[in-house]
Ligand binder design. Structure first.
Ligand code: TYD
Ligand code: MG
Length: 455
């Protein structure tokens, strides 16, 4: 008989028959813990027992679209893909203290207002604490039923009789099942609890939102399988000391991923930021060296933000490369391309790159904006006032046009920008509000924007 795989890696979910310091599957250290596993599941040996025939259908069979409810909190509805889908499971991850409980209390109140019967289960705080927060948010009259409980058997029994439309579980790491023989927060408890809740939600047509804590590495604590079990994975992010928060869809079976919603934490809860570009741009009268405004797209929405670069002679043998809000590997690539294709070397210099306002950008067309910020910093020469930049840079130094360029430029025009530095072949809106300069390669961009050589 095969040995039972009683251990699991909390990073990748791989199972093994013995404990080890390092997971063989993903290479992570100290992630293997004892894990009794689910009582059901594959590997039990079905033998010759016969199941029931599964109903099959054509791909063309007509389905009703999944019913959705909008909270009318537009920043939330958009990230959910146009409202909350009935019988769906959502996982909301984020650092402790970022505002997950606040967001979900406000969201539940908004959904309750739209007629969803809503239950908020807190496993972290006493009911009195949640009520105190509700008062602070001015939501004490919202039609939300509150429960403070961590025993999932009791919670499911309650939901079975109450039959709500929406239930929030804050947080999945505090829930425990008496059928699983390990502590709350362990891999097996988190996975079993999520499995029970998600299948209950599907069976009973309830939308369930699970709160998940995030580990130091920035992933939702507990095995990856929880992310696979749910329909939608949202992350709530923000920098400590800054008031604004970004809600980001990283997976969504019912809508586009990468969509963001922007909020601001105020003394009375989270307020929507309807024009995030204004938030991420710095107000100043005269342009400064090292700054380049990037006209980006986050999800489906154009968002303008400012890249700021600082380049200084380094006292260190190995100069510093510090990046906030962007990919460090991508910065190394841009520096290498600037060196190899345009003859601009950053050797012996510390390079700092930052996105103002704490936004995180992953749009590849930020390359040209980064290159512009770096060039402007190293030449100590500001870009012309009112200019936006975008374009993707290849290793050969060629510039490729970005998608959705017209949306980007229209947004820039709305915010008062009048010039754009772009890759050749970029589509530009015909209304003439933006004067566009297009470049086919990096060397041409450097020559025409910053002059051929150091002055
Ligand atoms: P919370 O929702 O408890 O975070 P999480 O559930 O992600 O751990 O929010 C915690 C922080 O938000 C806390 O530091 C206080 C702050 N806050 C406000 O600034 N304004 C408010 O109206 C509320 C309710 C919280
Ligand atoms: Mg909380």
């Amino acid at each position: 008989m095969a040995k039972k795989d009683n251990y699991a890696c909390s990073a990748c979910g791989a199972r093994s028959s013995k404990w080890a310091g390092r997971c063989d599957a993903c290479g992570a250290w100290n992630t293997i813990t004892e894990d009794a596993g689910l009582s059901t599941g594959p590997g039990k040996g079905l033998g010759a027992a016969r199941g029931r025939a599964v109903a099959l259908s054509d791909l063309s069979a007509a389905d009703d679209p999944a019913p959705r409810t909008e909270s009318r909190v537009a920043e939330l509805d958009r990230v959910l893909g146009g409202g909350l889908v009935a019988a769906s499971a959502v996982l909301l991850g984020g650092d402790p203290g970022i505002g997950k409980s606040t967001l979900l209390l406000q969201a539940t109140a908004a959904f309750a207002q739209k007629g969803l019967k809503s239950i908020y289960i807190s496993g972290e705080e006493a009911a009195a604490q949640v009520r105190m927060r509700a008062r602070r948010l001015g939501l004490e009259d919202a039609k939300v039923q509150l429960g403070a409980e961590t025993n999932l058997r009791d919670i499911l029994t309650t939901l079975e009789t109450e039959r709500p439309d929406l239930v929030v579980i804050d947080s999945i790491q505090t829930m425990w099942l008496d059928t699983v023989d390990s502590a709350p927060g362990s891999v097996s408890q988190v996975r079993a609890a999520a499995h029970e809740l998600v299948s209950f939600a599907k069976r009973r047509g309830i939308a369930v939102i699970l709160v998940g804590h995030v580990t130091k590495e920035g992933q939702i604590a507990g095995p990856r399988v929880v992310e696979h079990m749910v329909d939608t994975v949202l992350y709530f992010e923000g920098e400590r000391g800054q008031a604004h928060r970004i809600l980001r869809a990283v997976k969504n079976r019912f809508g586009p991923a990468d969509e963001i919603g922007v909020f601001e934490m105020t003394g009375r809860g989270l307020a929507q930021v309807r024009n995030p570009s204004a938030l991420f741009l710095t107000d100043r009268d005269a342009p400064v060296p090292g700054a380049a405004v990037f006209a980006g797209i986050e999800g489906t929405r154009p968002v303008l933000c400012e890249f700021q670069a600082l380049v200084a002679a380094s006292p260190l043998g190995q100069p510093r490369r510090q990046v906030l809000g962007w990919d460090a590997g991508r910065l190394a690539m841009i520096l290498a391309v600037l060196d190899a294709r345009a003859g601009i070397s950053f050797a012996g210099m510390d390079v700092y790159l930052n996105i103002a306002g704490g936004l995180r950008v992953s749009d590849p067309s930020a390359d040209l904006a980064v290159a512009a910020a770096l060039l402007s910093a190293v030449r100590d020469n500001p870009l012309p006032a009112g200019t936006v930049v975008f374009g993707e840079l290849s290793l050969s130094g060629a510039l490729r046009p970005a998608g959705l360029s017209e949306n980007r430029l229209k947004e820039a025009g709305k915010l008062g920008f009048s010039k754009a530095l772009l890759s050749a072949g970029t589509l530009i809106p015909s209304d003439g509000t933006i004067e566009a300069q297009q470049y086919s390669d990096l060397a041409g961009f450097v020559d025409q924007t910053f002059g051929a050589s150091d002055s």
